[in-house]
Write a protein of this length. Structure first.
Ligand code: ADP
Length: 540
């Protein structure tokens, strides 16, 4: 009989990542855009010292293992320190999406039992509006020094971060926690009903952060510099704030400045080699680069997810600028990235258009994650690249039940994602739509993602969105929304004729609405519900 349990059983803890980063790569840089403008620059060792100071400060305020600390903040160095100080000391880091409706923000802060809320000065008006409705919050801490902390009328308990941590020691004894204990909490966007919380364990985050470093996932190392545009207020910025310290990667945090010119400047001056964000961010960036005839001097790859990356945009990055695109999929319930597209050695020999099509898929499950697709009766569908059904996921960093829920969210041990996908024989997954966005017409399905992708392929189109509109005969028919590129004058007939060459005839939308902009939510996704509310009537 072989013996078992002969290896150490050390818990996977977020404090372990911080101490690894500080002790092994202590002088690695973290560069961060301050909310009031200037760049701030310091080392991993400095960040760790200040995280320990904050842990002491929170402890002195009476917070203990299990207490929750909210944040309403950009990607910046004080938010990063909080990620480690709060979770490392056994508390729960509850990142709030500032673009939730204020009522929902109040709901999540109360539901999470936040005792302290950290916020950026940008969000002072928001704090003013919600503070009176959050009775459990003892202090609102502005992530700034005294000079940059605004007074908030009617809110008494506003502190500033620098004065809060200044008196405290650089040392802190991180507790030896159970690795399954809650470390961070993030709520879904709650497009229907109240947002639902996902409480990530230390184990889930450490495993995801470690896997994220793999060469074919984000590919982090001491040689790289990563700029996460994905917000730290939603899905842990894909765990990049943790993964960077696992790998010893220089970290560049963009603060509130997420427009094309600001991002480009930061990428250029800080020699960023890898970035991560949603497609709308890359559209803004590429427009700026094209209009000003710029080149990316250092960028090796951009990792994109959150919504489908249009093929036309993939082609631009790869062919015109030599920047590799990796396309990932994940959701609040999956801690961060669960699948990632990548080109194999053989794929890299294929014609460019075929490579773009491969990257347009959401890719392979990261080690630690399993995926499958099922039909409406829950039966497994073949991995043939064409059978489409609901995507199911299970693995080391997938939710089992929502925060404070009394029943599991799983079906036969798998999490039902609400996404419709195909998986091919090599395990490559492609999202075809969300169950709530797919257009059901005459008993068939039209993928809104495919239609949007095709529309964005027209040279005059900057952004596109498709919704299903009620139809007396066909149940639903597609309605297309277009935002033209500046100075372009394309009309409906030309767009529809163009689409007829790209998709089946019955997929061609019944109408086109031209808008100045699309409603975009807090995580950079087009808010189709807003479009449905306004335009979802009945086609005659
Ligand atoms: P919400 O959008 O409701 O806030 P999440 O932020 O958790 O929820 O987003 C998860 C959803 O985003 C997925 O279920 C999927 O529909 C969509 N998504 C994420 N990545 C991609 C991608 N690469 N391509 C298409 N859709 C994606």
């Amino acid at each position: 009989m072989p013996q078992s349990n002969l290896m150490m059983n050390r818990p996977m803890l977020i404090s372990g990542i911080l101490e690894h980063g500080a002790s092994q790569f202590g002088d690695q840089e973290i560069v961060s855009r301050e909310t009031h403008g200037p760049l701030h620059r310091y080392s991993y060792a400095d960040a760790a010292n200040r995280a320990r100071q904050l842990a002491n400060a929170l402890h002195q305020m009476g917070l203990r293992i299990g207490s929750a600390v909210g944040s309403i903040a950009w990607n910046n160095y004080r938010h990063l320190e909080s990620y480690y100080a709060v979770s490392g000391s056994g508390m729960v880091m509850h990142t709030c999406n500032p673009r939730l409706h204020p009522q929902q923000l109040i709901y999540v802060i109360n539901h999470a039992d936040d005792e302290v809320v950290l916020f950026d000065a940008t969000f002072a008006p928001l704090v003013k509006g919600i503070a009176a409705h959050c009775p459990k919050v003892r202090a609102w801490v502005c992530l700034a020094d005294a000079a940059n902390t605004p007074a908030i009328d009617g809110v008494a308990n506003v502190l500033n971060y620098e004065d809060l941590i200044a008196p405290h020691s650089h040392t802190f004894d991180w507790p030896e926690l159970d690795e399954q204990s809650g470390a961070a909490l993030c709520y879904t966007s709650g497009t229907t009903g109240n947002p639902k919380g996902v409480l990530y364990s230390h184990r889930a985050i450490v495993m995801n952060a470690t896997a994220a470093c793999l060469p074919d996932v984000l590919g982090l190392s001491t040689q790289e510099t990563i700029l996460p545009v994905v917000p730290m207020f939603h899905i842990n910025a894909w765990c990049i704030p943790y993964a960077a310290l696992v790998a010893g990667t220089k970290l560049v945090l963009p603060g509130p400045k997420l427009d094309g010119p600001s991002l480009f400047e930061l990428m250029d001056t800080e020699q960023v080699t890898i970035s991560a964000g949603v497609p709308t961010i890359w559209m803004g960036l590429i427009q700026h680069v094209e209009q000003n005839n710029l080149r990316f001097a250092h960028m090796k790859r951009t990792c994109v997810g959150g919504s489908a990356m249009p093929m036309a945009l993939i082609a631009k990055f790869m062919d015109n600028y030599g920047v590799e695109v990796r396309h990932g999929w994940g959701m609040t319930e999956t801690t961060a990235v669960a699948t990632m597209s990548n080109l194999s050695r053989a794929d890299r020999q294929r014609p460019a258009a075929e490579q773009h099509a491969i990257v347009a898929k959401q890719g392979k499950a990261v080690s630690g994650i399993e995926i499958k697709v099922v039909d409406e009766n829950g039966h497994d569908l073949p991995r043939d690249g064409s059978s489409q059904g609901e995507l199911m996921v299970r693995g080391q960093w997938i939710v089992e039940r929502y925060f404070k829920a009394d029943k599991s969210a799983l079906v036969d041990g798998w999490f039902p994602t609400g996404d419709i996908a195909t998986i091919d024989a090599q395990g490559t997954m492609q999202i075809r739509d969300r169950t709530k966005d797919v257009i059901k017409t005459g008993g068939e399905w039209i993928s809104s993602i495919d239609l949007e992708n095709a529309a964005v392929g027209h040279p005059a189109v900057a952004m596109a969105a498709v919704i299903g509109v009620k139809h007396p005969k066909w149940d639903e028919r597609p309605l297309l929304f277009i935002v033209r590129k500046p100075g372009q004058s394309v009309e409906k007939e030309e767009i529809l004729a163009f689409l007829a060459t790209k998709v089946a005839k019955w997929w061609v939308p019944d109408d086109v609405v031209f808008l100045e902009s699309l409603p975009v939510g807090g995580t950079g996704k087009v808010q189709k519900n807003d479009l449905r509310k306004e335009y979802g009537g009945v086609f005659s």
